[in-house]
Design a protein around this ligand. Structure first.
Ligand code: FAD
Length: 464
């Protein structure tokens, strides 16, 4: 038995970041991880592998659609799917090994195996029981089943995102159930690789919760890229036979039943917290109705000395949200002040173009009765975007009508996932749209579009 100041259960972005920060703050720290490699969903079967495939397939798109325009000809680019998967696996390996290195560097013990909490202050891993003054649950999430439908995932024909990241071949036809971030990113990958992709979505708009103008533009652009959308449709069942699937759905507008065939069906209707086998009930850790671990403002659960962070608790299921909570709870455990500003957590979709948002949407501001102004700028007016064939999309900045304080920003366009951070920093500092408008932005960069949107909140954009 070993004794620790902190034991973290789960080595994903929430858990590993928490472990490193705890060690940096002088706490004797261990992290329990049951997978063969560290990094959790994010590094193994989430953010990183999906971005590798998005990158590779985007290069193919560039070669097929834009190379010739720039005077580059190399004949038809062929897809070596096995090699693409090997590249993705190599990227995963480099990243997961990197966390192992950081654990060693920071003297965090990796307790290999599945952990549980047999009693307060104790963590069991395999046959060993370890003592801990504080325990952090960072056990993450798992794919949710398709609600109200008869669907059995076999990770061959009917897959979750995990299966979709390692298909034996590029399917001819793919049906994606759910037009959320994961469904659209993976749908984009396979559409670019030549699959016919149909996205079936229950709601009438893609990417729920996002700015409605961005939703419409995004759906239009993806449709132009070849994704087919069947909206307002409730999937009833998926049947498989001879390596093929038949998806049955009902259109909500008239209750009519339809079927569609696919070689692969990707279930992407969301994720749910994963807390199996932790023994939470026995130590008084309560869950919400949605299965999330209940926490207070300091990430303490209903059991003293046991904390929880990341996908296992309430809030957006995002790696950076988990990381921020990991750092903050480490500070709390070390007797300092940990803080996460949940009002400034960016969300990014890594398609081409990228989509990014932070803060309030217009719909939310209207609902809250906040008087606001909108500064919008199209990437068509951005020289750099046009030079790289990415003039589609816009930056929309929302600012308080009276004070000019930035309340939110929604971007669809090149580099959106990086551009949004200028606004995040601005919002953290309570910036006004004018502060951004008066900041010199290098030319020619995509970021000039952000400045122009800020100018549009005042006397007007220059290149509009
Ligand atoms: P996880 O990363 O899920 O890690 C939890 C870890 O705990 C797992 O490794 C698990 O094995 C381990 N564990 C669980 N129980 C135990 C136990 N009892 N004992 C030992 N170990 C245990 N987010 C983004 O921000 N950006 C993206 O681009 C993005 N892309 C994504 C793409 C896909 C396909 C998917 C599926 C997710 C994506 N996400 C993305 C979401 C992101 O992966 C999660 O929000 C993030 O990983 C949550 O971190 P976490 O530490 O809370 O949990």
């Amino acid at each position: 038995m070993a004794s620790y100041d902190v034991i973290i259960i789960g080595g994903g972005p929430g858990g590993y970041v928490c472990a490193i920060r705890c060690a940096q703050l002088g706490l004797k720290t261990a992290c329990v991880e049951g997978r063969e490699t560290l990094g959790g969903t994010c590094l193994n079967v989430g953010c990183i592998p999906s971005k590798a495939l998005l990158h590779a397939s985007h290069q193919l798109h560039e070669a097929e659609h834009n190379f010739e325009k720039m005077g580059l000809s190399a004949g038809k680019v062929k897809v070596d799917w096995k090699q693409m998967l090997a590249y993705k696996d190599d990227v995963i390996g480099q990243n997961t090994k990197g966390i192992e290195f950081l654990f060693k560097k920071n003297k965090v013990d990796w307790l290999k195996g599945w952990g549980s909490i047999p009693e307060a202050g104790k963590v069991k891993v395999g046959d060993e029981i370890h003592e801990a003054k504080a325990i952090v649950i960072a056990s993450g999430s798992e794919p949710s089943p398709v609600p109200g439908a008869d669907v059995t995932v076999d990770e061959k024909v009917v897959v979750t995102s995990t299966g979709a990241l390692a298909l034996p071949k590029v399917p001819k036809r793919m049906v994606v159930i759910g037009a959320g971030v994961i469904g659209l990113e993976m749908g984009s990958v396979y559409a670019r690789l030549g699959a016919e992709v149909e996205v079936i979505e229950f709601l009438d708009a893609i990417t729920p919760g996002m700015d409605s103008e961005v939703q419409k533009t995004f759906q239009r652009i993806l449709s132009k890229q070849g994704l087919k959308f069947t909206m307002g449709a409730a999937v009833q069942k998926v049947e498989t036979k001879g390596g093929k699937a038949t998806v049955t759905y009902k259109l909500r507008k008239d209750d009519s039943e339809h079927t569609t065939e696919a070689d692969v069906v990707l279930c992407a209707t969301g994720r749910r917290p994963y807390t199996d086998g932790l023994g939470l009930e026995g130590v008084g850790v309560e869950l919400t109705e949605r299965g999330q671990v209940k926490t207070d403002d300091h990430w303490q659960t209903t059991a003293k000395g046991i904390y929880a962070i990341g996908d296992a608790i309430e809030g957006p299921m995002l790696a950076h949200k988990a990381e921020d909570e990991g750092m903050a709870v480490a500070e709390v455990i070390a007797g300092k002040h940990g803080h996460v500003n949940y009002g400034v957590i960016p969300g990014v979709i890594y398609t081409a173009p990228e989509v990014a948002s932070v803060g309030k949407t217009e719909d939310q501001l209207k609902k809250d009765g906040v008087a606001y102004k909108v500064g919008k700028f199209s990437f068509m007016g951005n020289g750099r975007a046009k030079a790289v064939f990415q003039g589609e999309g816009f930056v929309k900045l929302l600012a308080d009508k009276e004070t000019d304080r930035v309340l939110g920003c929604h971007i669809i366009g090149p580099g959106a996932g990086d551009l949004i951070h200028e606004i995040c920093v601005g919002m953290e500092f309570g910036a006004s749209a004018e502060d951004i408008a008066l900041t010199c932005h290098a030319h020619p960069t995509f970021s000039e579009a952000v400045r122009e949107a800020a100018l549009a909140c005042g006397d007007g954009a220059i290149h509009a």
